[in-house]
Design a protein around this ligand. Structure first.
Ligand SMILES: [Fe+2]
Length: 148
């Protein structure tokens, strides 16, 4: 699922193409996930090439951290309002992710290209796995409560 290739311009990370199978079936969650993928693609663009601009990388990572909290709040409110029994478990998964990406909030002038690529690949695989497993469980519960 994850590919990257070396080109004359340096490392080129493959952008994520949104496809229907990423949709979980709850409109607001799907829209936010699409935006998430958009930010990840910006991150991939900003770290591709031979000399990534550290300020640009930093600003995309900050945007991603901000957007993560907005998105998690949306999901967590839906879980509470609809009284989903797995709320706590899902909430913990979100918190662990927030802690992890908080560690990325550092000086990107001192982060190597390889580390940036690792960060991107981690974020990408986490998000796509989380959507296809955990968020799908939440969405099917919300669908059963009549939310589409
Ligand atoms: Fe989630």
């Amino acid at each position: 699922m994850i590919h990257s290739q070396q080109s004359k311009q340096g490392m080129q990370l493959e952008r994520i193409q949104w496809c229907d199978e990423f949709n979980v079936g709850v409109k607001i969650i799907d829209e936010q996930h699409k935006r998430f993928v958009g930010i990840l693609n910006n991150l991939s663009d900003s770290i591709s090439g031979t000399k990534p601009d550290a300020d640009e990388v930093y600003s995309v990572i900050i945007e991603l951290i901000d957007y993560t909290s907005t998105h998690f709040v949306t999901e967590e409110e839906l879980m509470k309002v609809y009284k989903w029994e797995n709320y706590r478990e899902h909430f913990k998964i979100h918190n662990r992710f927030v802690e992890k990406i908080g560690e990325y909030n550092k000086n990107y002038h001192h982060v190597s290209q390889a580390e940036l690529e690792d960060i991107y690949l981690f974020l990408k695989s986490w998000l796509l796995n989380h959507i296809s497993v955990e968020d799908r469980k939440l969405a099917s519960f919300l669908n059963s409560e009549g939310l589409k």
